[in-house]
Design a protein around this ligand. Structure first.
Ligand SMILES: [Zn+2]
Ligand SMILES: [Zn+2]
Length: 185
């Protein structure tokens, strides 16, 4: 994905975070996403830079790195990005996270996933494409079996892990290593 920072050409777009208008001439953050209504085409979700730093820190960080424009608040934005990165919620499946409750069960083995344990969230309804999203959770150790199944939407555990690495938010390198060890263990 190539997220961008650009100068707003009009005052028609509103910020996806605060819903306020982004004024013409202001810098704005565009989060690229595949347009579900038109195969192969891309659209942008627009954000004020400050709103992006709070709610989309990973997106803004990538856009800032690629940005040739003079961004007046660059230092402040980078600080906010670091502060908010660990709180960011993933927006695409599959991803890995620490279970926030002990209420979820593994869709593969049926056993409970303990609160605080690493789990992998996957889309269990890949047939429905971009419109359908049914989230299910897996023990990392059970994810290899899931990845091998027809309904997983991935070819194998390696492809699942590659996607998890891209989509997950707020995990440390050691957490990915733990997921990897269980997944391929
Ligand atoms: Zn905003
Ligand atoms: Zn399991």
């Amino acid at each position: 994905m190539a997220h961008i920072i650009e100068t707003a050409k009009s005052g028609r777009a509103s910020c996806k975070v605060c819903k306020e208008t982004i004024e013409k001439g202001d810098l704005r953050l565009g989060e690229e996403f595949p347009n579900p209504f038109s195969e192969g085409s891309l659209s942008y979700r627009w954000h004020h830079l400050l709103c992006g730093a709070k709610k989309k820190p990973t997106v803004l960080e990538q856009a800032l790195i690629d940005c040739d424009l003079e961004v007046p608040d660059r230092e402040e934005l980078l600080k906010l990005i670091q502060e908010n990165k660990s709180k960011e919620k993933p927006t695409s499946l599959p991803y890995a996270e620490f279970a926030s409750t002990g209420r979820s069960s593994c869709i593969q083995c049926g056993e409970k996933i303990e609160k605080g344990d690493l789990r992998i969230a996957v889309n269990t309804d890949t047939e429905a494409g971009a419109f359908g999203m049914r989230k299910g959770f897996l023990h990392p150790a059970c994810a290899a079996d899931f990845a091998g199944s027809e309904s997983s939407g991935v070819a194998d555990a390696q492809e699942l892990f590659d996607q998890v690495k891209v989509n997950s938010r707020g995990l440390a390198e050691a957490d990915f290593e733990a997921v990897e060890a269980e997944l391929f263990g």
